[in-house]
Design a protein around this ligand. Structure first.
Ligand SMILES: Nc1nc2c(ncn2[C@@H]2O[C@H](COP(=O)(O)OP(=O)(O)OP(=O)(O)O)[C@@H](O)[C@H]2O)c(=O)[nH]1
Ligand SMILES: [Mg+2]
Length: 318
């Protein structure tokens, strides 16, 4: 197995599409080999620039990601794309718009596109996405674009792993900015006003800028606002410039360092939780023991604190 994993990791480093796809499937399936691969590849990571693209459903995230990817490819940068939105799989072709563009990407070895299966992720979608980003990083992708619908905790966690977060808004959804989740406002490094071919773009921009004025000042960066019409490729160069500007500005800042440390702290806690759960409940009788203890607690035959102590004691932990 060691040799097989060595070969596999080597193929991933070389950017082999099938090897990458197999590894992502292994991550999704909690295959122990995925951990072996990721361990081997980890020292090579930290090179890619991770850009999270988030916003409400239908705001044009996939269209923007597609155009941004084309922009980076025209600059000879290699690109990875991860879509975590169950409703719009990239692989279906519906989202990348016309088939011609899709096929353009399909024959381009400098771009790798994958939509993540979102159903039933034990360890959380954010964790799996983080692992896939590491994989694409090790495979030499210079920019990794992560699309996610900005609604739940999963999405906010995904955004936390990005180096730069782009929040996409569109005019015409009423008092959009007012109603927007405070969380989204806080995580945005760059705000895109997409669908600016529609009415209400000026008003939305005014509202957004007023909100941003109220936000607590950040040391190194004032969030940028970029207007786009993704379907017409308008504003995409400006967006890429804003991303590059943010990257340059934050490169050596304390803010970035602190964000990375916070990210890995969270990941270490998650890994620790997973390992502890595996150790305590992962054995043959684990599930049954949990069930029995839970029943005893429900019937007040035992208190929950003693029950946990007992579970830990069974595997030699206190
Ligand atoms: N008028 C207009 N339509 C746009 C623009 N950008 C995207 N669209 C259209 O908006 C629709 C949704 O675009 P997507 O790129 O799929 O949006 P999304 O945010 O990825 O959607 P979900 O992944 O389902 O949340 C599509 O029909 C696009 O063609 C734009 O700038 N102007
Ligand atoms: Mg989409």
């Amino acid at each position: 197995m060691a040799v097989a994993v060595d070969n596999w990791a080597g193929q991933i480093r070389a950017g082999d599409v099938r090897a990458i796809s197999r590894a992502i499937t292994a991550i999704e399936n909690h295959d122990p080999q995925a951990v072996e691969i990721l361990r081997q590849l980890f020292p090579l990571t930290g090179q890619a620039y991770l850009v999270g693209i988030t916003g409400a459903p239908g705001t044009g995230k996939s269209t923007l990601v597609d155009r941004l990817a084309a922009h980076y490819r025209s600059q000879k940068q290699t690109v990875g794309i991860i879509a975590t939105d169950p409703t719009s799989p990239f692989t279906g072709g519906a989202i990348l718009g016309d088939r011609i563009r899709m096929q353009g990407h399909a024959t381009d070895s400098g771009i790798y596109i994958r939509s993540m299966a979102t159903r039933g992720f034990l360890g959380g979608l954010a964790r799996a996405t983080g692992d896939v980003a590491l994989l694409l990083d090790a495979a030499g992708k210079q920019v990794v674009l992560i699309e996610t619908v900005g609604v739940g905790q999963d999405e906010v966690d995904i955004v936390r792993l990005a180096d730069c977060t782009v929040v996409v808004l569109v005019p015409g959804l009423g008092d959009d900015v007012q109603n927007m989740k405070a969380g989204l406002m806080e995580i945005g490094d760059i705000f895109v006003l997409n669908k600016c071919d529609r009415e209400g773009a000026d008003r939305l921009e005014q509202q957004l800028r007023a909100m941003l004025q109220l936000a607590p000042a950040r040391d190194a960066w004032r969030p940028a606002v970029v207007r786009t019409v993704a379907t017409e490729n308008k504003g995409v160069d400006e967006l890429a410039r804003a991303i590059a500007g943010f990257r340059k500005q934050l490169q050596a800042s304390q803010e970035r360092r602190a964000k990375r440390i916070a990210h890995w702290k969270q990941r270490l806690i998650e890994l620790l939780e997973a390992r502890l759960l595996e150790r305590v409940l992962g054995h043959a009788r684990g599930e049954q023991a949990l069930e029995e203890l839970a029943a005893e607690v429900a019937e007040r035959k035992r208190d929950p604190y003693a029950a946990v102590s007992e579970l830990l004691a069974r595997v030699g932990l206190k």
